[in-house]
Every structure is written in C-alpha cells, then in structure tokens.
Design a protein around this ligand. Structure first.
Ligand code: BGC
Length: 782
C-alpha cells in the first residue's frame, strides 16, 4: 500500500513537472545571462544569498545633518548594510522628496561602488515613479493612470512609461514600481486613481503597453533609456470589501483567475521582469503567504522567471497585523516558502539573521533560496547592472539625456492630458465657453497644483506640490492665460487647510463667492479632493464634502450657470449638486498640465475625447461596475420576484461626450458562427457628423446571453481610438479571437460555451453564435 502511494505521488510529480516544462516561458531566457547567473550563484555564500533577498529603505543608509539642508549616503552605514549584511536592494527617495537626476546618479554610484567592492554584485535601486517621474525633480509628470485609461488610447501608457523610463535613467535608477494594475472596482478605495480603472481588459491592454514603454522590446536587455517594470499589486488589491486600503477582499478563485489574474498574466507575458504583492488578504489568506497564487499560478503556471518583491513591511505584517503566525521569523518562513524572492523589509536587518537561521534549521530549503537568488541576479543581469563602468562618472550621466524635462516632453504631456479629461454633461452646449464672458472661478481645487497632481507627486502624499511645481499652471493661472486676467475672478469659497489632514477644509468664504458671482456671467466650480495616497486617504463617506456641496447650492441660487470641474482621485458622489449644474467635466488627477489642458478644452481649442474608465456612482448604496450580473438590473416584471433592483448610476463606464457627434453604422462581423479557434473581425463605420475635428474611442462590447456561470451583463472586448475630420467616415476594424469570449467555469477552468452573444458598438447591435463548447485543460488560455 505504502509503495503504491509513493508510486502515485512520484507519477503525479512527474506529470506536474512535464506539464510545467510544456508551458512556453513567459519571458524567453537568454543563455548568456543564465550562464552568468549560475557562475555568480556558485561563488556566493549563504549570507550573500540571503542579503540579496533583502531590500532596505534609503533612510537606513543616509545621514541627514541637522544644521544643513540635504543628505549624505553614509559610508559607515553602507559598511553595515552592504558590507556586513550584503543587502541586494535599496528603495525609496532620500528625504522623502524628489531629487535631481544628478543627486540620484551620485547616490546610486556610491551605493554600487560599495556593493561591487564588498560583494561583487551590484545593488538594484527601486523607486515609485508612478505617472512620470514622481521622485526625479525636473522630470515630466503626466496624468495619473486613471486619466491615462480614460483616453482609451494605447499609445498613451506606452509613451508615458517610455518617457518616464528615459528620465528615470537620467538619474541611473534601474527599477520602477509601476505600472499599477489593481482593478479600481471599489470607488471608495484611496488608490482607485493609481489604477487603469474597473475593467480587466482595459487594464490588461494599458499595462502591457506600459511594460513595453518602460522596458523596451527586449526584456533580457534593458537598455540605457529603459528600466525594469514592477507590476503591482498582485492581485485584487482594488476590491477591499470595506473600501479602505489594505483591508480584506473576498474574491473566489474562479473570479480571481478570470478578472484579476488575467491582466497580470498578459503583462507578465509582455515581458514584465518583476512584480509586487498585494499587501492585504483574500478569503482570510494574506497574499504574501499564498503559495498557490505566488508559486503555482504565477511562477509555475506561467513559467515566469521574473522576481517577486513584497510590499512595504508585508512579511512582518503576517505576524504583527494578520496574526497568522506568532513571530516575525515564522512569517519569513511562510512568505519565502510561498514564493517571495525579495523582502521590502524595509528597516530591520534582522530579516537576514532570521532567514539564515531558518535555512540552518531546515525550515527554508537551499533550493528555495537559490531559486530566489537566481531570479534576483537574473534581473540585475537583464538590467545590465554588472557593467561597472556605469558607476564611474555620475556627474556626466545627465549629458546622455538631453531630453530630460524638455519642452518636447512637456508638449507631449499637454496633448496626453487633453485626451484624459472627460466631458460628462453639456446642457444647451454651454461649452465651449467663448472668450469675453466674466468667469467666477471658485472651489478648493481652483488654484492648487496639489489638487491637479494627487499623491505620488514629488512626495508620497503629494503635499509638497505647491513648492515643487511652481513653474506649472493651476486652473486659475491657466484660465487667466486663456481668457485674460480681467475676465477671471477667483474666490475659492471653500479651501483646503494648509496643514492638518488632507480633508480639512475652511468654508468661511462661501458668502464672498456668492457675492462675486453676481458680477459674473458663468461660474466654474473646481471641486473634489486634496491629494492623498494609500491608507491616509481612507474615507468613511464617498459623498463630496458637505462644505463643497453647500458652496454649489449657494452659488446655484444666483441662477448663474454652474460648470462643475471634478478634480478628484475617486468618484465622490455628487447626486445633490449635479442637477444644479449645466456642465460637468471630470478631470480626475491630470497632473502638471491639467490646468492648461482644461483651459484649452473649455475654450474649444481642443476637443474632448476621453471616456470614463470606471462607473461613477449615483448613490452610496448603489455601487456598481458596468459588467454587473443580470440580477443587479431587473425591472419589476423580470424574474420570479419583484426584484426592483435596477442600475442607478451617475455615469456608466465608457461614458463621455465631445464637442462633435459621431454616427455609428454598418456593424458587421466576418463570421457570425464561430468556435474558440476562430479569429473574428468586426467592422463598423464611424462618421463625424459635427463641425469639429475629434477623436473617438470606438468600444466593442460583447455579452454572453446564457452561460453556466451567470454571465456578466456585457464586457469590453476591444477598442480603437480614431481621429475624424468633420464629415469624415472611417471603417474601424476590431479583431478578437473566439477564445477571448471564454470565462472561468465552476471547476476553475476556462470554458467557451455554445450559444448566442450580443455585440454592441455605439448604438449598433448584432448577434454572433458560438457553435461548439470548448474547455481548456490547462489553467490558462495560451
Ligand atoms: C506601496 C507600494 C509602493 C511601496 C514602496 C507601499 O506602501 O503600497 O505601492 O511601491 O510602498 O514605496
């Protein structure tokens, strides 16, 4: 009996192994790099290997003289961190504020010289460059990812990341913690704006482009103008049940694979070299302890040879926060065995001592350590960090980056920003707003760079923006430039307090704003949120602040037309005040060129072309996404009960207006009957019937009529953005595969079921028919 069990075990191990070998590597390996990795690994001691798995924040190695400004990387501290503990990676920005490329290059050279001297292995420095160069002073800051997604233009995340990589490398930083790929499906979440919105396909498409922009075309050869990307946060971080950051989600394996894993899979297959883990827990299991997700689904399931890093202190959190183990040492055992390769510790070097003891006690195997270290070394070789010449001449580096912070990048950023602000309402075509009108500009976001930029801008919370972004225009400055100073009166009415909590407001000027309105023709009210990031941005009420609502209500009483500009990281509920407005523009977090782009759009010098990448809620208890289930939207007569569960949203995902109009016609498909292997081409004619040139994102939605797992109402399956002159028609072709319409069934395997699907594009609708059920035996569709 015992023999039989051993044999069965052996057999299944062989099958799993053969299966793993059959999976095409997500990133093709480079034999030269592999040989170098093995050679280096073979010479390393256990302490050196463990040190490579440790990542420390830069605060641990800096001296900050009290009397003077600035900081110094301390040689003595480097002796401890790299000399003694052989630490392989440093992260974060010195002094918690953006540094010039010269300072970066100098610091990184100093660290790397030490590292090469002490352990003959370079350090890999990682930085959060989130919408452009968050932490490199003088670089280009673009709209946040939520804005980039609203463009529905794949070129935008590509170009933003490409420019960001170039400017990041001007300071010799080789590794960025981006793109963020959390599906922003919980609008209260304080990191909603860091994501590409609620849809998994849109996320997948945008993130793949970002990876290519950051890394260039060959992930084995990260060039001088590229950086390694780090996808984050793996996975389902964007759906905390409570809406608060780093709190539990409850996603089933089925939904996890279908919606949350899929974008990561595609970005990994696009060559992403590293990945950061979701800080939180799902169904009671912290992601940092989840071997199934880290090792089985990701590393083995995709045959991916990249590197997994934790988020900030998240191994410790398994003990001190999540209580799944009693000691920090036990936490390290669980996390490393689950598949973590590098721990963003970020302060406690005791990680190294504990991990060494765990190996000596046989609780973490040498094989696991070698696997982790191979992945780290591979990343360093891929980034060409062993080329020591790089660390010789920090002062000259910037000369190789003549476009750093250039007017050329600024011009691109402005155009990108114009494509990222969404027109949601335009009653009686009140917009564009002609010159010559007297404007009252009001609201707490009307004269602040902090509001336009949001978090991860010069500092983590974005709270240093007023000092760092002086050369850029607030909305007030941009409107004065556009309409003339004499035509713009600024009375904020409500303002954000300069110190204290990001939410704190001063509402003492409401009457003054109302008074000023009487002398104006139109009121532009810039409302929303001040900057924040992560847990400090947690909310208990998604409704826009009471002060700001009061301001709008008071202004509306003047009967002057009100234009609402929403400048916010998440859709704050405006149910009460939206009906009081003539027009609404959601500029979200548009960055340094947000004011200028808005002025161009308001004046009609540019046209709107963005659409919401999330569903804007109308009421607090009616949070929904566009891919809802049928029972979420039943009239009273549907089903066997009086459901009365209808979609009541302010604006649905994909909604957005323009100054021109588009007519859709002739939606056709080349195969109305299809199977999983078929390629389908949809063609639709789109005509610009208005008088202005415009860009239109053409969105292809497909819904499964009947499926064994209750089907989503509809799903975005393709999109293309086109430009049309007035009167011009273009035929837009969107190609998908039959297998793209599969879903994950009850047994956690992908399946495409026979039956009818409806296809929607603009106001056009057709049906297609799947003639053959196909089930995938492997976990992923290749
Ligand atoms: C955030 C990550 C970030 C890391 C390093 C964490 O608090 O969750 O997104 O990359 O800090 O700064």
């Amino acid at each position: 009996m015992k023999k039989r069990i051993i044999f069965c075990f052996f057999l299944s191990a062989c099958i799993i192994n053969i299966y793993a070998q059959q999976i095409k590597p997500a990133i093709p390996s480079d034999p030269n790099i592999e040989a170098q990795v093995e050679k280096t690994l073979s010479k390393m001691t256990l302490e050196e290997k463990i040190g490579q798995m440790c990542e420390i924040t830069v605060d641990v190695i800096t001296d900050v003289p009290k009397s003077k400004n600035g900081f110094k990387i301390s040689d003595t501290k480097l002796d401890e961190v790299i000399g003694k503990y052989k630490v392989g990676s440093i992260l974060n920005v010195p002094l918690s504020i953006a540094q010039t490329p010269e300072v970066w290059a100098q610091s990184i050279c100093q660290i790397n010289k030490k590292s090469m001297e002490a352990i003959q292995i370079p350090d890999i420095y990682g930085v959060d460059q989130m919408h452009g160069t968050t932490y490199t002073m003088g670089g280009t800051l673009f709209p946040q990812e939520i804005n980039q997604a609203s463009s529905f233009n794949r070129h935008i995340p590509f170009r933003v990341s490409e420019i960001c990589a170039y400017e990041t490398k001007a300071g010799l930083i080789p590794w960025v913690y981006a793109p963020v790929m959390d599906l922003g499906r919980q609008p209260a979440w304080s990191r909603m704006w860091e994501s590409y919105g609620e849809d998994c396909y849109l996320n997948s498409e945008m993130a793949q482009q970002a990876v290519r922009g950051f890394q260039g075309e060959n992930p084995n050869k990260i060039g001088p103008y590229n950086v390694a990307a780090c996808l984050k946060h793996y996975m389902a971080y964007g759906v905390p049940n409570s809406g608060k950051d780093r709190t539990p989600s409850s996603v089933s394996d089925r939904e996890m694979r279908e919606k949350f894993f899929m974008p990561f899979m595609n970005a990994v297959r696009a060559g992403a070299l590293s990945l950061m883990v979701n800080s939180s827990t799902n169904d009671g299991i912290p992601f940092h302890a989840n071997k199934k997700f880290l090792t089985d689904w990701l590393k083995k399931g995709l045959n991916w040879d990249g590197m997994i890093v934790t988020d900030w202190a998240d191994i410790n959190n398994l003990c001190v926060r999540d209580h799944i183990v009693a000691t920090k040492k036990d936490a390290i055992e669980i996390a490393i065995n689950a598949g973590i390769d590098m721990s963003m510790v970020p302060y406690e070097l005791s990680f190294c001592d504990d991990l060494k003891a765990l190996v000596q006690e046989g609780r973490v195997s040498m094989d696991r350590i070698d696997d982790a270290v191979r992945r780290i070394l591979r990343l360093k070789y891929r980034c060409n960090l062993f080329d020591t010449k790089t660390w010789d001449n920090p002062k000259k580096i910037i000369k190789n980056y003549p476009d750093f912070g250039s007017a050329k990048f600024a011009a691109e950023a402005l155009k990108i920003t114009e494509e990222s602000e969404v027109l949601l309402k335009n009653t009686d075509n009140i917009l564009p707003l002609a010159r010559g009108k007297r404007i009252l500009l009001t609201g707490p976001n009307s004269n602040t760079m902090r509001g336009l930029l949001g978090g991860w801008s010069y500092s983590w919370q974005g709270d240093k923006a007023e000092d760092c972004a002086t050369k850029y225009n607030t909305i007030y400055e941009a409107l004065c430039n556009k309409y003339g100073k004499d035509f713009v009166t600024l009375v904020e009415g409500v303002s954000y307090k300069k110190s204290g909590n990001w939410e704190d407001e001063d509402a003492s000027q409401i009457n003054e704003a109302v008074e000023a309105a009487t002398n104006c023709d139109v009121i532009i009210a810039c409302i929303g949120e001040n900057s924040y990031a992560e847990t400090p941005g947690n909310l208990t009420d998604l409704t826009l602040s009471k002060n700001q609502r009061e301001l709008i209500k008071a202004l509306a009483q003047t009967r002057k037309p009100v234009i609402l500009i929403l400048n916010e990281g998440r859709p704050r509920i405006i149910e009460e005040i939206e009906p009081l407005s003539k027009a609404v523009i959601d500029i979200m977090l548009p960055g340094n060129y947000g004011g200028d782009a808005l002025a161009n759009l308001l004046a009609g010098d540019a046209n709107f072309s963005a659409k919401l990448p999330f569903t804007y809620p109308h009421k607090i208890n009616a949070i929904a996404t566009y891919d809802y289930k049928p029972c979420e939207n039943m009239g009273q007569m549907d089903g066997n009960y009086n459901y009365d569960s209808v979609m009541d949203v302010q604006w649905m995902f994909g909604y957005g207006l323009s100054y021109t109009h588009y007519k859709y016609s002739n939606l056709k498909v080349d195969k109305s009957n299809f199977t999983a292997d078929d390629n389908l081409t949809f063609n639709v004619d789109v005509t610009n019937t208005g008088e202005r040139v415009g860009k239109e994102p053409v969105l292809l939605f497909i819904g499964d009529m009947v499926a064994s797992i209750t089907p989503d109402n509809i799903r975005l399956r393709g999109f293309e953005k086109i430009e049309l002159q007035p009167g011009e028609t273009k035929t837009v072709s969107i190609k998908i595969k039959g297998s793209d319409l599969a879903f994950v069934g009850a047994d956690n395997k992908w399946i495409l079921e026979k039956g009818r699907f409806y296809v929607k594009c603009g106001d056009q609708q057709i049906f297609i028919n799947c003639t053959d059920t196909h089930k995938w035996e492997s976990q992923n569709i290749d």
